[in-house]
Design a protein around this ligand. Sequence first.
Ligand SMILES: [Zn+2]
Length: 171
Amino acid sequence: MPPLPDDPIDALLTAHGLRRTQTARRVLGWLLAHSDTSYTHAQLQLALQDDTAQGLDRVTLYRLIDRLTQVGLLLCRVDANRVRRYQAMPASVHATPHFECQTCHRDSPLAGALQANSRDLERAAQTAIEALKALGYKGLSMDVAVRGVCLDCATDATSATSATSATVAAA
Ligand SMILES: [Zn+2]
């Protein structure tokens, strides 16, 4: 049995050819700990600056996020307001149909009554990926997402109506 790396974050960075800097560990570690939510650059900087007395350099953070995205450790998506949001790349996001709330930016699997449709969608996505793979396409991933406002956010009184209309207006 091969020896397991002590730190899974370090192992991920090494496996993707990245240097194990303190910043890289912090950013990736934090995103993996909050892997069901996507964040903008600004939100990440805000979230990570409280960790230590020393704030994160903006340019360093931007470059690091770009790099992590390039190697496939982060998923980059553009939200309804055309703002880029980043999220740790969970295997399930590749093809599992999910719901992306445009207000709290949490992902959740399609639940309940939608589960049967969700399985069909997932199969269709998987079939498409396999077909392209067979043709020699590389680095394939597919994102099957329904976007809107989740129940929690929708019932969250006043902000709900404005958020919904803003989303519709931008789409
Ligand atoms: Zn929400």
